[in-house]
Design a protein around this ligand. Sequence first.
Ligand SMILES: Nc1ncnc2c1ncn2[C@@H]1O[C@H](COP(=O)(O)OP(=O)(O)OP(=O)(O)O)[C@@H](O)[C@H]1O
Ligand SMILES: [Mg+2]
Length: 210
Amino acid sequence: MALIIACLSQKGGVGKSTLSRAIATEAWKSGLSVKLADLDTQQGTVAEWHRQRLDNGFDSVGSVEIFNNVDKALASAEGFDLLVLDGTPRASKGTLKMAQCADLVILPTCVSRDDLVPAIRLAYDLEEKKVDKRKLVFALVRVTTPAEIQDGRDFITQSGFSVFDGCLLEKPAYRLAQNNGLSVTETRYKTLNDKANELLESIIEHLQQG
Ligand SMILES: Nc1ncnc2c1ncn2[C@@H]1O[C@H](COP(=O)(O)OP(=O)(O)OP(=O)(O)O)[C@@H](O)[C@H]1O
Ligand SMILES: [Mg+2]
């Protein structure tokens, strides 16, 4: 049975696909067999990104496919080491199902209250529906200053949830990399790649503790 990581949110545009791509990329590079499932049939962002990646001559990150239902995505992961589920822009029935079957649920969020409040609401909702709280972990994405990062962390922890140590800074270079089919760990700038990898290391650490 594949290890399952789901990137989920209530609100769109918070970094689910960005993190899904980075996780798949680094897992593949570390030698795992990876299935990256894009549940967003309307946009197919991750599938399109992977097509771009291959088109530009970069290595595959595994098997990338679009699914219109969670069960099909789960069935497709047979024989893989890791299944990464990239959730839909809005929380749906499938969101709960993904959270239930995942070993780790990553809830990416930016730090404005507009983003944090719905993110916390989704976490409460999942907890209420009996998803084990220990596997729900927030990831701070598109953050800028240390003060902003601390503010986001405080908001999440005071709401009773945990948040990864690393975070993803808001940088045009991350967008540019993704435009070309690369992940946020593969930009032209070593410092940015290292910074993105810190977040991925926090994710791996959490999985090892779990
Ligand atoms: N750290 C960052 N710095 C700059 N731009 C970023 C960063 N992270 C994500 N982005 C950009 O923000 C936008 C939204 O990110 P992404 O597509 O990962 O979010 P999403 O949650 O998957 O969105 P959707 O809900 O539509 O599926 C994208 O254009 C992406 O390139
Ligand atoms: Mg997306």
